[in-house]
Design a protein around this ligand. Structure first.
Ligand SMILES: NC(=O)c1ccc[n+]([C@@H]2O[C@H](COP(=O)([O-])OP(=O)(O)OC[C@H]3O[C@@H](n4cnc5c(N)ncnc54)[C@H](O)[C@@H]3O)[C@@H](O)[C@H]2O)c1
Length: 444
C-alpha cells in the first residue's frame, strides 16, 4: 500500500447504500448475538455497549480545545441501519432457532425480533470434518473440487448482492476454530495456492476457501477465529493485488482481554512475573469444538504468545525471563456461553518479595464478542473506501493474534493498540496525531 494511494478526508468514498455482512458460521453464538443485537439497537430496544464505533469518542487537537466528537460523527462509517446479513452454516436452523440454541440472549431479547431472525437462513456451508472434528452438520455443499466450492460461494455472494441490492460487503469468519495448521509450501505464494486448489490439496482449509471467494470478489475479509485462514502469504498477496483489506486473528475477549489490560500495567511498574496460570470453563458449541486437542492447539498458540510480546523478556531478563505460563480451556456444558476464567498471577516486587493477584472473570463470551464484530465490519468497510489494502494492523485492538507484516512483531498492549487505532482515524481525517507529549502546554 503506497501512502499516496490512501484516500483521506474528503477523498474517502461515501458509505452510500446498503452494506452486506457475510458470515461463515452465521448460526453460531457470536453471529446470532451480533445480528440480534444490531436489530435490537436499530429498533431502540438495546444499547450497543462495548462498541467503539457506536459509543466511543476521539480527542482532536490540543487538550484545551475540548474537541471530542463521537467516532461515528468523525469518520464516515456506514450506518447500522444500512447493514444486511447473510451467511453460511453447517446446520440449517434459521437465526431465530439458532439464537435459542445458543442460549446467550434471553427470550425478551429474541421474541420481539422473531420475524427478523427467522427470515435469515444459513446457506449451505463449505465444510470438511477433518478441520473441525467435533461437529457434524449436514447442511453442506458438494463440489467437484475445491475450486468448484469457491465458485459456489461466489455465486451465493452474487445472488445475495443482487437480491438485496447491495454493492459493498464485508466477510467476517465467525465459524468454529479449525485444527492447528502451520503454513506450508502450498500457502507460500498465490500461484502455489491456486495450483494446490485445483488439485484439492488437503492442506487448504474450508476457511481459506471462504477467504479466497471474498478476496476474488474484492470483499474485505476478517478472521474472528485463530485459524490460519487469510494469514498466509498467498492470500496476503491476493489481498494486495486486488486492493482489499484483511484483518485477524481471533477476537480478543474474556481472559486474553484481561491479560492485555493487566500485563502492560505490571510491566509499566517493572513488577516481575513468576507465573501466570489461566484456566477456563466453557460449555457452548465453541467449547465442544475446543475439546478436540488439535482445535485447542490453534487457540492455545493464539493465547500464549500475548504475554511474551507485552513483557519483552529479552529486554527485562531479571523480571520476565523464566515465568511459567499455562492456559487451559475445559468443556463444561452447564455453563453454556457464560464462561468463567480464573487467573492466578504470581508476581514479585522490590528485592524479589512475592505477591499474588487472582482474577475470577465470570464473563459472557458472545456478549463480549458481538460489539467487536460490529466495529470490525464498519472499520473494514471504511478501510476499503479509503483504499487501504492488505493487512490492517491498526485493527490489532480487536484480536488476540493480530496479523502483522513479516519481520515486524505484533503489538498486543491494549492501550497502544487503541492509540494506534485512533491515530489512524486522525490520519485518515487529516487531524494532528496525538502523542500525549504534553510538555508543550508548559512551555512559555
Ligand atoms: N468471545 C468469543 O466468543 C470468541 C472470542 C474469540 C474467538 N472466538 C471464535 O469465534 C468463533 C465463533 O465462536 P462461537 O462461540 O460463535 O462458536 P459457535 O460454535 O457457536 O459457532 C460457530 C459456528 O460455525 C459453524 N461452522 C463450523 N464450520 C463451518 C464452516 N466451515 N462453514 C460455515 N459454518 C461453519 C458451526 O456450525 C457453528 O454454528 C469460534 O472460532 C471461536 O473460537 C469467539
Amino acid at each position: 500500500m503506497k501512502e499516496q494511494e490512501i484516500r483521506r478526508k474528503e477523498e474517502i468514498l461515501e458509505p452510500r447504500g446498503k452494506l452486506g455482512v457475510l458470515i461463515p458460521g452465521i448460526g453460531g453464538a457470536v453471529s446470532t448475538t451480533f445480528i440480534a443485537g444490531v436489530e435490537l439497537v436499530r429498533r431502540g430496544l438495546g444499547e450497543p455497549v462495548g462498541s467503539l464505533t457506536q459509543l466511543g469518542t476521539i480527542r482532536l487537537g490540543k487538550r484545551y480545545e475540548y474537541r471530542t466528537p463521537r467516532i461515528k460523527d468523525f469518520v464516515p462509517l456506514a450506518d447500522i441501519n444500512d447493514l444486511v446479513f447473510a451467511g453460511w452454516d453447517i446446520y440449517d436452523a434459521n437465526l431465530y432457532e439458532a439464537a435459542q440454541f445458543a442460549k446467550v440472549l434471553q427470550k425478551d431479547h429474541i421474541e420481539p425480533i422473531k420475524d427478523f431472525l427467522a427470515s435469515i437462513t444459513p446457506m449451505p456451508a463449505v465444510f470438511d470434518r477433518r478441520f473441525v472434528r467435533n461437529l457434524d452438520g449436514n447442511h453442506v455443499k458438494k463440489g467437484k473440487n475445491l475450486r468448484d466450492l469457491v465458485e459456489q460461494l461466489k455465486e451465493d455472494i452474487r445472488n445475495f448482492q443482487k437480491t438485496q441490492g447491495v454493492d459493498r460487503c464485508v466477510m467476517i469468519w465467525c465459524g468454529s476454530t479449525e485444527v492447528y495448521m502451520k503454513p506450508e509450501d502450498v500457502h507460500s505464494s498465490l500461484p502455489a495456492f491456486l495450483e494446490a486448489l485445483e488439485k484439492s490439496d488437503e492442506r487448504i482449509a474450508p476457511s481459506m476457501l471462504y477467504a479466497l471467494a471474498a478476496l476474488e470478489l474484492n470483499i474485505p475479509f476478517v478472521n474472528g477465529a485463530p485459524n490460519l485462514t487469510v494469514d498466509i502469504p498467498a492470500l496476503i498477496e491476493l489481498a494486495k493485488k486486488n486492493k482489499v483489506p484483511i484483518a485477524g486473528k481471533d477476537f480478543k475477549t474474556g481472559q486474553t482481554l484481561m491479560k492485555t489490560i493487566i500485563a502492560p500495567g505490571l510491566k509499566a511498574r517493572l513488577l516481575g512475573l513468576e507465573g501466570w496460570y489461566s484456566t477456563n470453563i466453557l460449555g457452548n458449541r465453541d467449547g465442544l469444538v475446543l475439546d478436540d486437542k488439535d482445535s485447542f492447539k490453534t487457540k492455545e498458540e493464539s493465547k500464549l504468545s500475548v504475554l511474551d510480546y507485552i513483557l519483552q523478556p529479552q529486554l527485562y531478563p531479571t523480571l520476565y525471563k523464566n515465568y511459567y505460563h499455562k492456559v487451559t480451556i475445559n468443556y463444561y456444558p452447564p455453563r453454556g456461553d457464560n464462561k468463567e476464567g480464573w487467573d492466578c498471577i504470581d508476581i514479585f516486587g522490590w528485592l524479589g518479595y512475592p505477591m499474588q493477584i487472582k482474577i475470577d472473570f465470570q464473563c459472557r463470551d458472545s456478549i463480549l464478542a458481538a460489539p467487536l464484530v460490529l466495529d470490525l465490519v464498519l472499520f473494514m468497510d471504511l478501510a476499503q473506501r479509503a483504499n487501504m489494502n492488505g493487512i490492517q494492523e491498526w485493527l490489532s485492538f480487536y484480536f488476540k493474534s493480530p496479523m502483522h507484516k513479516e519481520n515486524l512483531y505484533p503489538e498486543h498492549d491494549l492501550f497502544i493498540q487503541l492509540m494506534k487505532l485512533k491515530n489512524t482515524l486522525r490520519y485518515l481525517m487529516k487531524e494532528e496525531q496525538i502523542t500525549h507529549f504534553g510538555l508543550d502546554y508548559y512551555m512559555e
